[in-house]
Ligand binder design. Structure first.
Ligand code: ADP
Length: 563
């Protein structure tokens, strides 16, 4: 047996890049991309990727070079997911909501060789490039090579290039359609570089391998049962973990990508009804946008639209409201370091018999590992012992498998910290239920430790969200003279709702264990959030420090607790 050797015929590096060539043959005339008036077939998309890849090589882009791009969900960004790795290079899709300073930091840290900029983002990019130039002059590390700039004009209504001489379509025109890309020699080579949003620490450059991206893509199209007729709406930014790998996944299924520049409620509803969208991904924050849409922005959901949601905990109450509108929701959990979703709340048919609210509570759990992940567990962070499957004992969620990042770019210290005893530490705290499903309780930094008890802010938020007039809620720790920390709730009310702190506290007393009841409720217009809808709890904790414990809780709760 051992004598049977690997050869190029039976041992080929895994990469999702191969999906595009297959799509061009199997689904050649099927629509690959719709973007306003611009549409392409899979055959055309493949040809455009070959051309762009060839042009990148002509611009001296080689193996392991970083190609950065600042663009919304447009066809060019989709094509770059294939064309850049076909040239052997690494795609770095930058978050479009970042300011110029952060963009400059990423360009410097990644040593981007080429920087593609969508016409709408020229102002930020210009400032970022100026900062990069100034930074490199002052830098003790010496002069940093400036990236070559390529502007991406509007494909539907070209506006003329303003930033530099090179334009995207020109690179496509100048490319060779016969060029099929560089042969991948090692599946461990990097395919993408994605910077974390930095909600808990400084942004870090997460590097994905071709192998990891391939396996994640396979898992997600399988786990979500995405068929070959899928019409996928790009409501999730492609810069976010490469669109949770669906950039590559839609090509694998020969589906249709519906690209939109802005994710407004109107645009989402309109695209769904015009193109008969079957699948879309989004963070739970988009649910509120869809639910709160004005009547003239809405369209009726006639056939089922499957939504894969994740990135933040979706409250059971919110899931129910979305399903009532006609969306079918699958809940996933993941993080940049895991190439997007790592767990999925796989539905069990026996749950169909349960009452609706119970079904939604089950769906709000983060679930079980995606198919190609080797293992997942919840462990005591100090001892690395597994916690019992009792749905109560909290520990850190840990993962292992090929879709876990290669590591953080140029950061050995942080990379070493992220891995322990063959596991990747997620920094999230959760429990395992007796049926093996994992439920996240908090990010380790957000757990509230009150009088030695761990309080899950996620749990309190999900209870608050069941209150009829509360639209959004975020609970953080505030200092307490006796308990060390105590929960402080920030709430946003529905436009039509009104209530008082006393009433909300009475509601909490009814539905929460006494020690969990927030000692302060602060009404706010909006919650500070990242672009993906994650609440910036670091900021709220600072505000909470300046607030006083509510008089109502002093009287009612502390009395009951015999303080
Ligand atoms: P950053 O860590 O920089 O904020 P990520 O996008 O990688 O950026 O965020 C990953 C984090 O998002 C996870 O560690 C977890 O805390 C949270 N998260 C992701 N999916 C879910 C989910 N379904 N439920 C609860 N939290 C989630």
């Amino acid at each position: 047996m051992n004598k049977l050797a690997k050869s190029l015929a039976n041992y080929v590096p895994l990469t999702p890049v191969t999906f595009i060539k297959r799509a061009s043959m199997v689904y050649s005339n099927r629509k690959s991309i719709i973007y306003g008036r611009a549409t392409f077939t899979w055959q055309q998309t493949y040809e455009r990727c070959c051309r762009l890849s060839y042009s990148l090589r002509s611009l001296n882009v080689y193996r392991n070079d970083v190609v950065s791009v600042l663009a919304p969900n447009i066809p060019a960004l989709y094509e770059m997911h294939f064309a850049v790795p076909m040239a052997g290079a690494v795609l770095n899709a930058i978050n479009t909501r970042l300011d110029a300073k952060n963009i400059a930091t990423i360009l410097r840290h990644s040593e981007a060789k080429v920087f593609f900029v969508d016409y709408e983002y020229v102002p930020q990019a210009s400032v970022a490039l100026r900062l990069l130039m100034m930074g490199s002059k002052d830098s003790s590390e010496g002069q940093h090579r400036m990236p070559l700039i390529v502007e991406i004009d509007d494909i539907n209504k070209p506006k003329g290039v303003s930033l530099e001489k090179l334009e995207y379509e020109q690179l496509i025109n100048d490319g060779n359609p016969e060029y099929s890309g560089e042969e991948l020699e090692d599946e461990w080579d990097a395919i993408a570089l994605n910077y974390t949003s930095g909600t808990t620490s400084e942004p870090k450059g997460v590097v994905y391998s071709h192998r990891g991206a391939f396996l994640s893509t396979m898992s997600l199209i399988q786990g979500w049962e995405m068929g070959t007729e899928a019409v996928f709406l790009w409501s999730l930014p492609m810069f976010h973990c490469n669109g949770w790998t669906f950039t590559w996944g839609v090509a694998a299924r020969g589906g249709t990508n519906v690209c939109i520049r802005n994710t407004t409620a109107e645009e989402i509803y309109k695209s769904i009804s015009t193109h008969n969208v079957t699948h879309m991904c989004c963070a739970p924050v988009v649910f509120n946008i869809l639910l709160e849409a004005k009547a003239h922005e809405r369209r009726r959901i006639i056939s089922i639209v499957n939504i894969l949601t994740g990135g933040a905990p979706p409250a059971a109450a919110l899931l129910e409201k979305m399903e009532d509108l006609g969306f079918h929701i699958t809940h996933a959990y993941g993080l940049t370091e895991a190439t997007g979703p790592a767990l999925v709340c796989e539905w069990q048919s026996k749950w169909n018999q349960l009452p609706r609210d119970q079904q939604m509570r089950l769906k709000a759990r983060q679930g079980v590992s995606i198919l190609t992940l080797a293992d997942v567990d919840v462990k005591n962070r100090k001892t690395m012992e597994s916690v019992p499957h009792d749905g109560k004992t909290m520990g850190e969620i840990v993962l292992r498998g090929s879709s876990i990042m290669k590591g953080y770019l140029k950061d050995e210290k942080e990379t070493a910290k992220a891995f322990r005893k063959g596991w990747f530490l997620t920094g999230d705290v959760g429990v395992i239920h007796p049926d093996g499903y994992i439920e996240i309780k908090d990010r380790s930094k957000d757990v509230i430790v009150s009088g030695g008890e761990n309080i899950s802010s996620v749990e309190l938020e999900s209870i608050l969200l069941k209150h009829p007039v509360i639209l959004e809620a975020a609970v953080v720790a505030m200092p307490h003279p006796r308990w060390g920390e105590t929960p402080c709730a920030f709430v946003v009310l529905r436009k039509t709702g009104s209530t008082t702190e006393t009433e909300i506290l009475a509601y909490c007393m009814k539905y929460m264990s006494k020690f969990m009841v927030p000692k302060k409720v602060e009404f706010v217009e909006v919650l500070p959030k990242t672009e993906t809808g994650k609440v910036l709890k670091k900021e709220l904790r600072e505000v909470a420090k300046t607030l006083n414990i509510s008089n109502t809780t002093r009287k009612t709760i502390d009395l009951e607790m015999n303080v």
